[in-house]
Structures are given as C-alpha cells and as structure tokens.
Design a protein around this ligand. Structure first.
Ligand code: GGG
Length: 329
C-alpha cells in the first residue's frame, strides 16, 4: 500500500485535485490517501501556511498529490520541495490534438533543478529601500540534475538535451551550471547536447520549438520557461509536473490557484489528472496511466472540455466524460 498525501491547497487546487482523484478512483490502486492542509487560507486561519502536521504527513508519505497555492507558494510548495529534497522538477509540454495552440506537434520535457538558485529563499532587506537575494548554484546539484536529464532522455528515447543558462552575465553561478552540463554531456555521446542563453532560448521556443527535446536548467529559469512552453501547447490547463527525489515525490499541476475562476467550477482538471498519471508511472502503473492519458486525449479531441480549451463543460462534467470513457481492464 502506498501512502499518498493529498494537499489540495487554495483556489482551484481543490477542484482539480477532486477531479484527479475521481479519475484515479475509477481503478483500484493500492493507495491510502491522507489529506493535509496548506496555503493562503490556512495561513489566514492558523498563522502558518504549511502546518507542521502537514509537513510531517508529506515526509512520511510515498508521494504527495498537490493542488495549488497562491501568495504562499514560497512557504508551501517551494519549502516542500526543499524539505523533501525533490531535486528534479519534470515538466512536460506536449501538444494535444484538438487544442487551439500556436503549434500542434510540440513535445518537450523541461528538467528543472528544484532545490537551489534564487528560490532558496535567501532574501534580505539590507537597508530601507535596498534588498538582496542570494543565488546558490552548486556543482553537486548541477551534476545531479544534468545526469537526471540525460538519463530521462535515454529512458524516453529522446535525442537531444539543451542546457539553458545566462553564463555571459552570471559568470559564476550560470557558468558553473553550464560547465557541469557540458562535462556530464560527454558521458552520453549518443545524445546530442547543446546550450543556449536563456533569453535566446525563449525566442527559439516561440519561433522554432522543434529544436528542443529535453531542456535542463536552473530553478527560476525552469519555472519561467515551463510556463512559456505550456503557452505553446494550449496553456497551463494542460501542464503537469512531477518533483522527484530519492525518497519522495510531489505531483502537481504547474498552474497556481487561479483566484479569478476559483469556485466557479470551470477549472481545467487536465493538468492535475496528467500529474496523477505521472504519479502512476512513478509507481509503475504504466498501462493504467496510458489508458487515462489516451482517454483524456479523446475527450479533448471531441471538444468535451472546460471553457479554457474552447468547450462548454464544467470541471466535474469533463471528469465524468473521462471516467465514463475509461477502459478499466
Ligand atoms: N501547483 C503549482 C503552484 O501552486 N504554483 C504556485 C507557484 O507560484 N509555484 C512556483 C513554482 O512552481 O516554483
């Protein structure tokens, strides 16, 4: 039995996690779900965004299924990733047939270092009107994430790894990351490797996304570039992620709490459902994950979607379309 901590969080987090659980519950996985609270609303109520008991629950679990948080992202999801040492944040951006988007055949995986960089939270107000943030990049974490990217490329039979950095300006931190990636690349001669400056890469992503296959980059660049990549394939409603560590893993949609649509019942559940299929694959339930993904693709192609993808369905109606079309055996 796998222990899964379920942290719906704020805003649409609860709506999309309910949808993902309904799809998972169509099967009988050996999962024990245990709920924990975190996020903006908990901070208002209890004065703390990530209560100790939630952190403990996540640490004791085999995986965390996480929804979304708003203003407390640094106190909740960033802290969880650091505490659980989920060093790799995997964010696929893949086209779905039937989704109006800039391109219809994009298939990129972003491998984001998840434990350091400017997201480490080392920010200070040094004087009135003067603030500083410290960017930590280490050889160890860079080697680990670079190896992860190449191993993922090998496992998924992908052909190319591209490292993104800004080593011409950040001559210590980014240069270290770039040099480590270049060195690790030599261990994988069968996989093509190149590196780009992050700014140039953003332009290439928009103009010519097919030059990318696996992207490996540092924490903050990875956060930004994964939203950009999601924008190429139809938006954040379709962007899942998995935060992978040696002992723990957190699966979460890339989107935030979307307060503008929270409570309206129209949030797209796809990113949460796809995050749940990443969790299934992590635990070896490959066939079931593939079935869910195929059914989601069919439902999207038929236009039975929430309004962000052009459909007229509510979140629960889209989920029902998926569960009723699922081939269970
Ligand atoms: N489910 C994702 C979520 O809650 N995102 C809020 C956010 O700002 N996350 C920052 C990050 O992914 O690094």
């Amino acid at each position: 039995m796998k222990r899964i901590a379920v942290i719906p969080g704020d805003g649409i987090g609860e709506e999309v996690i309910d949808g993902a659980l309904e799809v998972l519950n169509a099967f009988s996985f050996p999962f024990k779900y245990e709920w924990g609270e975190a996020g903006d609303a908990v901070k208002e109520r209890k004065g703390v965004a990530l209560p100790e008991e939630t952190l403990e629950l996540c640490k004791e679990s085999d995986a965390v299924l996480f929804g979304a948080v708003g203003e407390t992202a640094a106190d909740v999801i960033i802290k969880l990733r650091m505490e659980l040492q989920t060093f790799a944040n995997i964010r696929p951006a893949k086209s779905f047939k039937g989704v109006k988007s800039l391109y219809d055949d994009v298939d990129i995986v972003i491998v984001r270092e998840n434990t350091e960089c400017l997201y480490k939270g080392l920010e200070f107000e040094v004087a009135d009107g003067i603030t500083e943030g410290i960017r930590i990049i280490t050889r160890n974490a860079s080697e680990k994430i670079a190896h992860y990217a190449f191993e993922l490329a090998k496992k998924e039979r992908r052909k190319k790894v591209t490292a993104l950095h800004k080593a011409n300006v950040m001559r210590k931190t980014c240069a270290l990351f770039r040099d480590v990636c270049r060195t690790v690349a030599k261990e994988y001669p069968e996989i093509e490797f190149n590196d780009y400056y992050i700014d140039a890469a953003c332009m290439y992503l928009v103009m010519d996304p097919w030059r990318f296959d696996v992207i490996v980059t540092t924490n903050m660049f990875g956060d930004i570039v994964s939203d950009l990549a999601a924008g190429l394939v139809g938006g954040l409603g379709l962007a899942p992620s998995g935060n992978i560590g040696e002992k723990s893993a957190i699966f979460e949609p890339v989107h935030g709490s979307a307060p503008d649509i929270a409570g309206k019942g129209i949030a797209n559940p796809s990113a949460a459902i796809l995050s749940a299929t990443m969790m299934l694959k992590h635990f070896g339930f490959i066939d079931e994950a593939n079935k869910i993904e195929k059914t989601l693709e069919k439902v999207i192609l038929e236009g039975k979607t929430t309004p962000d993808l052009g459909g007229k369905l509510k979140t629960d109606e889209m989920v029902r379309e998926i569960t009723k079309n699922l081939e269970l055996s």
